[in-house]
Design a protein around this ligand. Sequence first.
Ligand code: ADP
Length: 483
Amino acid sequence: MTLTRRVSAFFLAALAVVLTTFSTLLYFGARHYLLQQFDQQLHSALQTLTAAVEVESDDVKFDQHDHNVKLAAGEDEIHWTVVNETGRLIASSQNLVLSSPARDLFLVIGKQHLLEPDEPHIRGDWRVLQRRLAAPEPKEESLRTSMEHATLLVTAGMSAAETFAFLRRFAILSAGISVLVWSVAAAVGTWYCRKALAPVSQMANGARSFHGADFARRLPVALTNDELADLGAAFNGLLDQLQEAFERQKRFAADAAHQLRTPLTVLRGQIDVALRRPRSSEEYRDTLNLLGEQASELSRMIEALLFLARSGSNSAMVTADSVELAGWLEQYLGKWNGHARAADLVFECTTRESARLPVTLLGQLIDNLIDNAVKYSPMGSPIRVRLERADGNVVLSVADEGIGIAANEVPMVFEPFFRSSSAHASNKAGTGLGLAIVAQIAQALGGKMECTSSIGAGSRFAFVRPAVTEVQSELMAGAIDPS
Ligand code: ADP
């Protein structure tokens, strides 16, 4: 079932309930009001008739002419009888003629004292009211004249057939109007629903027409400024991000292929040269050494590419250790002791920080930064590794006084395969992958990389990570060194 149908069906079902309830309430309201009016009329007629009955202690009399019984205007439809205790008809209304179908009914009801006073008795379409008037101590029948009676039963009734016919017509009319309103609402509602939800179908069709890596296309967004427009815009935003990621991947793959081709070409060239003529075993060894170096370079590059291709979650899976950073760094930097630039390496620490992180990754990050500092700064110039706290962050930086990077190139240094013009000019070999790896590690460690540099003055690369709070730090102190 389509959304349009579901929404329309719900709306129409709700409307059907409202219309049915409304017309039912209207019908019963009208019925109650009309019957109440009807009974009131009957009541006042009975009142007029009983007023004409003269009740004395030993008899009751009814003389319609003496008391001038006149029913109110509009009450000429009322039928009435006055019957004495023996069932003899004393008086009746003009309209109660012999042939009247009401006569039999009245004569039967009029002779039976069945009715509660003031409660209308209902026989088919007829509504009847009756009252009994009796002498408290009636005299002997033989002593009574023909005008005198022991009891008189006054009965008044009127046919409600016309009222009921009117109510039937009213019910049919209100049902008809309800059906008409419902049908118009069904037509207009379905049309409106279809129109309101048309952007959803358009978006679905748009999405269906996308093929493979066709990230340049976008969904049609309705200019309705509502939730659907929001959905379309959000989906297109997602496509923007996908397109950017896809293009980055494409660039990365193309750069990777390009970078791998260079050492492979060098390898092939050296193999061709070596095979051009017979060579001494010494020459073969030299060539093989060269080839071995190229192969190592290639495998380093492939390792780096694999690292970058792995998602961040893989890096996060490396086990985290709780460390006291200053002590750990001092110990870790000891591995550079045998290096030609060991004397240039300066470690400065202005804070004592603890952290919980995978130290293997942190070591890889520092090694990459020191490698670069060694490569791009002259022998004898200092390479400062500094651990400090700034603005609630722990900052671990590596600064050198080397060739530096042009200001306009600084924002690109963490892009894979980027190499600065100063690095090209200084003829330093490199792949441009080291800093991309550093940036990825920094992210996996919950921080980020920053770079400041100027040509000829040197560069500073800093890993910035929010410092742990004192409570966290105390908790970790327990975990690090219980002694
Ligand atoms: P590479 O293998 O080229 O060193 P990296 O990704 O490590 O690759 O560095 C990317 C580029 O950033 C380098 O080619 C170089 O231009 C610049 N760079 C990195 N570190 C330094 C530094 N300490 N001093 C000057 N330039 C640097």
